[in-house]
Design a protein around this ligand. Structure first.
Ligand SMILES: *[C@@H]1O[C@H](CO)[C@@H](O)[C@H](O)[C@H]1NC(C)=O
Ligand SMILES: *[C@@H]1O[C@H](CO)[C@@H](O)[C@H](O)[C@H]1NC(C)=O
Ligand SMILES: *[C@@H]1O[C@H](CO)[C@@H](O)[C@H](O)[C@H]1NC(C)=O
Length: 144
């Protein structure tokens, strides 16, 4: 049941993203590969240009950990507000972000108490009034 709801949410999210033209928004990771040890923290970073105009209520973000088996939501922002209900249980209480940085066109997600199963590919799609785009980085969490 929970899986079904999550699937529907994902589809709705994708539709809401794709229904607007890609536009001129540029999304970039600042680092393509991150390496970290279990139980440590790491900050994954994406930048986007142009910066959101007047307010961040025009910003939508969905970041997911994608593995061969599944996709887990790391972070979801809707109209500038974090939607913790969408977040996968795996990341619950372990992700922090700074709203003020968003105004500067920077998304920094600090993930703490890293687990080896946090390893994988992280896709972040960002949408603003200028359009939407995605960029990807990889995280490798090793056992200590
Ligand atoms: C984003 O990445 C593209 C392609 O790697 C590069 O051409 C562009 O200068 C970058 N833009 C910013 C704002 O970092
Ligand atoms: C992860 O890091 C370990 C230790 O540095 C390395 O042996 C391993 O190949 C890396 N795995 C990936 C998928 O990069
Ligand atoms: C990581 O944290 C877990 C749970 O807090 C603990 O059981 C484990 O010993 C820690 N591992 C290391 C390598 O610190």
């Amino acid at each position: 049941m929970r899986q079904t709801i999550k699937m529907i949410l994902r589809i709705l999210l994708l539709i809401s993203f794709i229904s607007c033209v890609s536009g001129s928004l540029v999304v970039n990771v600042t680092q393509t590969h991150y390496q970290a040890e279990q139980n440590h923290s790491i900050t994954l970073e994406w930048t986007f240009t142009p910066k959101p105009d007047v307010s961040i209520t025009s910003v939508y973000i969905i970041c997911e950990l994608v593995t061969d088996l599944r996709a887990s939501v790391l972070f979801h922002l809707h109209e500038g507000v974090e939607v913790s209900e969408s977040q996968d249980q795996q990341f619950s209480g372990r992700v922090q972000f700074d709203r003020d940085e968003l105004r500067e066109g920077r998304l920094r997600l600090q993930v703490s108490r890293l687990r080896t199963d946090d390893s994988g590919r992280y896709d972040c799609t960002i949408r603003t009034s200028d359009g939407w785009n995605t960029d990807v980085c990889r995280l490798n969490v090793t056992e200590t």
